[in-house]
Design a protein around this ligand. Structure first.
Ligand code: ATP
Length: 437
């Protein structure tokens, strides 16, 4: 085998053409070296093999990755399912225990939602769906698959007491059926802290409506009377009409929601307690909200139905004055609306601290009866406070006898028409319609 003149290969794959001259001398022309062809073929083969190998390696790695991801996902799903069932067992057990203690007929009556259902309803607990945040957690607006709009309460932190508060709220609310108490639709036990699902109340909190200075339609006196009466009736119902009395323990204007017709709905029963008939509730930890807290309960840690009455008294004063219960700037040294109100009552000029809208729409007699009622609720000694039933009855009388301002000469007109200074105006002359002890 001859050596290729170009690539010096003699491996036999060179395909050259050698032409001879007439004189017999070899002369090469149209030379084609087969090495190139051979080399290209080899390169092609190597490349093909490399591609195959690379594809195989990538496919293998891809497969391994898919297997790993799937494994992780399956593991996560299994862990999630396991966690769900563990939580369901723990929460369900606690719920069952509390329900059995309170009323065995409640067992199995609570409607249970799945966590998937509630995540879907709230768009995965989307920030845009937040209705409000409280001490315990966040409340989201959601829509169930049947189209019902609901509020879903989700706790932010978890400790034993919080879990208990949630279960407590479920048990209490499933006992209660009153038009002025937020209706509990059910709960989800599959999460670390149960999720509470209740009816959605569209018009925000009473606190927002009282204190929003940009509100185009501030609450009229008729609406304030209506709201106070409804809250009082709901509390009277909780204290005396349920099978076991229920104390709310955190009555305040942020826990009073307003529906589309401005009907009041009491919410947030996390700290509420059932109490057996002859028993007041002794707690190790004073619970409630500063500004609304009964001073007697604060000192003794003994919560009675009259502690709710005190908090309701604060709500009444807030409704009448439009002021917040605590202010660092408004009430001088006292900083508390209650002290400010009591002082104004003592000095005989309480109407001067009332909200302009209330003054405009109310008669002097009506307003003095309301002021006296609030004062009785705020008595330092619990025993001397009226019951919620008494308060509700009195408010109902005032509400039904109240004639909206357009039909009457109200105190605002008298005070402004006669140019009587609000600050020097003295109500010490007793009003003709009074409900005192
Ligand atoms: N059923 C509901 N419908 C509409 N909004 C609601 C509902 N429940 C609660 N909210 C809104 O969510 C907010 C937080 O409610 P939540 O009961 O958790 O706390 P809070 O009463 O404001 O505070 P805290 O728990 O510290 O006393 C409320 O102020 C209200 O704006």
């Amino acid at each position: 085998m001859e050596e290729c003149a170009r690539c010096e290969s003699n491996k036999g794959y060179c395909d050259y053409t050698r032409t001879y001259d007439v004189d017999g001398l070899a002369k090469e022309w149209n030379f084609t070296c087969g090495y190139d062809r051979h080399f290209n073929a080899t390169r092609f083969a190597v490349m093909t093999i490399s591609i195959y190998v690379a594809v195989s390696i990538f496919s293998f790695l891809g497969l391994v990755a898919i297997i790993c991801i799937s494994y992780k996902r399956i593991k996560k799903t299994i862990t999630k399912r396991r966690r769900k069932s563990v939580f369901k067992r723990i929460n369900g057990g606690l719920l069952l225990k509390q329900q059995k203690e309170v009323d065995p007929s409640l067992v199995d009556k609570t409607i249970l939602f799945t966590s998937h259902e509630l995540a879907k309803a709230t768009d995965n607990f989307n920030e845009n769906r937040i209705l409000g945040r409280g001490g315990q957690g966040t409340v989201y607006k959601g829509m169930l698959t049947d189209g019902r709009i609901v509020a879903v309460k989700k706790s932010k932190l978890v400790d034993e007491s919080q879990l208990e508060q949630f279960i407590n709220e479920v048990v209490i609310l499933s006992q209660v059926n009153h038009r002025n108490v937020v209706k509990l639709l059910g709960c989800c036990l599959e999460t670390e802290v149960p999720l509470l699902v209740s009816e959605f109340i569209p018009n925000g909190t009473l606190s927002d409506r009282i204190h929003d200075e940009n509100d185009e339609f501030p609450l009229s006196l008729s609406m304030r009377l209506q709201i106070a009466t409804e809250v009082a009736q709901a509390l009277a119902y909780l204290h005396s009409a349920t099978s076991i009395p229920i104390y709310h323990r955190d009555i305040k204007t942020t826990n009073i929601l307003l529906d589309d017709k401005y009907r009041a709905k009491i919410s947030d029963f996390g700290t509420s307690r059932f109490v057996s008939m002859d028993q007041t509730h002794l707690t190790t930890l004073v619970k409630g909200t500063f500004g609304y807290l009964d001073p007697e309960y604060f000192q003794s840690s003994q919560f009675t139905e009259k502690s709710d009455v005190y908090s309701f008294g604060v709500v009444m004063v807030e409704l009448l004055t439009g002021e917040r219960p605590i202010s660092l700037t408004r009430f001088g040294e006292n900083r508390s609306l209650v002290a400010h109100f009591m002082l104004a009552m003592e000095e005989g000029h309480v109407l001067s601290i009332f909200n302009a809208m209330v003054i405009k729409e109310g008669t002097r007699n009506e307003l003095m009866v309301l002021a006296n009622l609030a004062m009785r609720c705020l008595n330092q000694i619990g025993k001397n406070r009226p019951t919620m039933k008494e308060v509700a009855t009195t408010l109902e009388i005032i509400r039904t006898s109240h004639i909206p301002s357009t039909f009457q000469t109200n105190i605002g007109q008298v005070m402004h028409g006669d140019k009587i200074s609000m600050l020097t105006y003295n109500e010490s002359t007793s009003p003709s319609l009074t409900f005192t002890d």
